[in-house]
Design a protein. Structure first.
Length: 153
């Protein structure tokens, strides 16, 4: 076991919603190696067995739990927060007021909280939107759907 930090260990993923949203965020969860994931009690079961998840915390939308997540985001070594699509206003505001330096999300009505926005295409499926977030959050070249494999230096 290595003590070296994992490539994306400063990344947190704020998974709002239940199992459906967690399943749609799978590309993002797999791309952010070593990420800290905040998920609801329902969604945490989808994280079991994923080697890319560094730490997982269960939270709900009660004021006490949101305050706990706020303190973790504010006081931890988290440099990037990714809020998967579809994002909830409450979670976007939480990341904004926590003052995390890099906040990634898909552009929409609540993109005021983002430092980096990914353009949304009308009618885009949430899995594709999260796949694009994964490409941006992972900081590595990711092929577009249908592109032929090539070697990258």
């Amino acid at each position: 076991m290595s003590t070296a930090p994992r490539p994306s260990s400063g990344v947190a993923i704020l998974l709002g919603g239940g199992v459906r949203e967690a399943l749609m965020a799978q590309p993002l969860l797999r791309a952010c190696e070593g990420a800290t994931v905040f998920a609801s009690g329902d969604a945490v079961g989808t994280l079991l067995g994923l080697p890319s998840v560094g730490r997982a915390f269960v939270f709900d939308d009660s004021p006490g739990e949101l305050l706990r997540v706020f303190r973790r985001l504010r006081g931890g070594s988290i440099g990037t927060v990714v809020v998967p699509f579809p994002a909830r206003f409450l979670h976007l505001a939480l990341t904004y007021f926590a003052g995390v330096p890099r906040r990634l999300m898909v552009a929409g009505a609540n993109d005021w909280a983002a430092t980096e926005r990914l353009t949304a295409v009308r009618g885009m499926h949430p899995v594709e939107a999260n796949w694009r977030l994964a490409a941006a959050a992972g900081n590595r070249p990711v092929l577009g759907p249908g592109d032929a494999p090539t070697l990258h230096p």
